[in-house]
Design a protein around this ligand. Structure first.
Ligand code: SF4
Length: 196
């Protein structure tokens, strides 16, 4: 879907597979007033706006930005590492929340209280670095009874670490209530492409 993509600078995590290292320093972006950003999104007039990072919720004014975006005539999504509480994210914004696996190196960061705030339209995402991560994610999904309601679970292979076909086979063997997700922009524009 045509989307305006907002990448907020700064992230305190260091995932092993991070492909947005340039966005990790807090001073890696440009200072933009919320008014100007909202006006830019409005001018783009696209049906979807996605706020990501870095870790967007690490920025003090992220909730204010999301509140302003939620007043526009488009869908708003938030992508977060899952290390911060989503409790104060305004209603109606679709939250895509990572659950960090052991292979990410950041499993201790999971703010698991977020599971109690899930609502229809949200999504849970696991990025997998190998079979061990898959088995960890599978057990987590089953233990927390994820994927059976109206919050889809996405399993995404870390680029270059897991063959997509292998992940498909594992999913089918276990009949997990989860969806396969691949990084479509890398398939379309190549793994080194930026700004897409
Ligand atoms: S949370 Fe996202 S931006 Fe931060 S280190 Fe992990 S993959 Fe990179």
């Amino acid at each position: 879907m045509p989307c305006t993509f907002i990448r907020l600078a700064g992230c305190p995590l260091r995932c092993t597979y991070c492909d947005t290292l340039k966005a990790i320093p807090t001073d890696s972006g440009s200072l933009i007033a919320i008014d100007d950003l909202v006006q830019h999104v409005s001018n783009q007039n696209r049906p979807l706006v996605l706020v990501t990072g870095g870790e967007p919720l690490a920025q003090r004014h992220c909730i204010e930005l999301l509140t302003r975006l939620s007043q526009l005539d488009c869908s708003v999504q938030l992508e977060t590492s899952g290390a911060y509480s989503v409790q104060n994210v305004p209603a109606g914004i679709r939250r895509i929340i990572d659950i960090k696996t052991p292979g990410s190196g950041e499993v201790e960061r999971n703010h698991l209280q977020n599971l109690q705030y899930l609502a229809a339209g949200d999504e849970i995402k696991f990025i997998l670095t190998g079979r061990d991560d898959y088995e960890w994610a599978r057990d987590f999904i089953l233990e927390h009874k994820l994927g059976l309601g109206d919050v889809p679970v996405l399993l995404s292979p870390a680029w270059g670490d897991v063959a997509t076909s292998a992940l498909c086979e594992w999913l089918l063997e276990d009949a997990l209530p989860a969806r396969l997700q691949i990084q479509m922009h890398k398939v379309i524009w190549g793994s080194e492409s930026e700004g897409v």
